[in-house]
Design a protein around this ligand. Structure first.
Ligand code: ADE
Length: 240
């Protein structure tokens, strides 16, 4: 029987309150690109789980291990089954977030990845941002101000630019707001760590600058993710 909204809300609040009193023991790290994910997999000495309980047929890859008494799960959405490229973007990010929360029941999510930065807002190549606000920029729906703006394109159309400016974004990515949407639906807190590979309002073509800086910037990303996990270690959600 379906539970009534109010009862299930109360149950969720009770569960959240319970979890908040205990040190965080399980983290889910979601990273869209293999190049971004592997340094973190190696840093935490994670191993691939060949028997993940993900739906049959999805390309999602689950790595796991333990670091400072925290169970670390890292999920990389894998290569697109048709095109053989990393499954970037909001559709994949939403599905992976949903499936991973169901399968792994994390206390906390970390969505880490690269992003385009706006130099007019003070972003520089290799800077890593701990995101304070998020929004989508290509839904053409008026939404509240956000500092990370998410859409499904690496480039920026004039219409996107207007939305991103309205969002007051310093960085722009392709997954963050999608992960935030699902994490919020399922009441799992989430942290967003984004490292700048290209300056959206700079001189160089975005794709070229992104590829040029990807390897070096993922090293900065990996260090930042480690710092975040070290900070979390031994703390309860209410202490973050
Ligand atoms: N990831 C890295 N650079 C990006 C950009 N310019 N837009 C969206 N996602 C990105």
């Amino acid at each position: 029987m379906a539970s009534h909204g109010k009862e299930s809300d109360t149950a969720v609040e009770a569960m959240v309150a319970q979890v908040e009193k205990h040190p965080i023991s399980s983290i889910l790290i979601i990273i869209a690109m293999q190049t971004e994910a592997l340094p973190v997999v190696n840093k935490f000495q994670l191993t691939e789980n060949p028997h993940s309980s993900f739906p049959k047929g999805v390309p999602w890859v689950h790595y796991h291990g333990t670091y400072k008494d925290i169970k670390i799960n890292l999920v990389w959405p894998g290569k697109d089954l048709t095109f053989g490229v990393d499954s970037v973007g909001t559709i994949s990010a939403s599905l992976v977030t949903y499936g991973s929360i169901q399968a792994l029941e994390p206390d906390l999510i970390i969505n880490a990845g690269t992003a385009g930065g706006f130099k007019a807002k003070g972003a520089g190549i290799g800077d890593v941002f701990l995101v304070s606000h998020l929004a989508f920029h290509d839904r053409r729906i008026p939404i509240p101000t956000g500092r990370l703006s998410t859409g499904d394109s690496l480039d920026m159309s004039p219409q996107d630019e207007a939305s991103i400016t309205a969002n007051d974004a310093t960085v722009k990515d392709m997954e963050g707001a999608a992960v935030a949407y699902v994490a919020d639906l399922l009441k799992v807190p989430a942290i967003f760590v984004k490292a700048v590979t290209d300056l959206v309002d700079g001189e160089k073509p975005t794709a070229e600058e992104f590829l040029q800086n990807l390897a070096a910037v993922t090293a900065a990303l990996d260090q930042a993710v480690t710092q975040v996990v070290d900070f979390i270690s031994g703390k309860c959600l209410s202490e973050l």
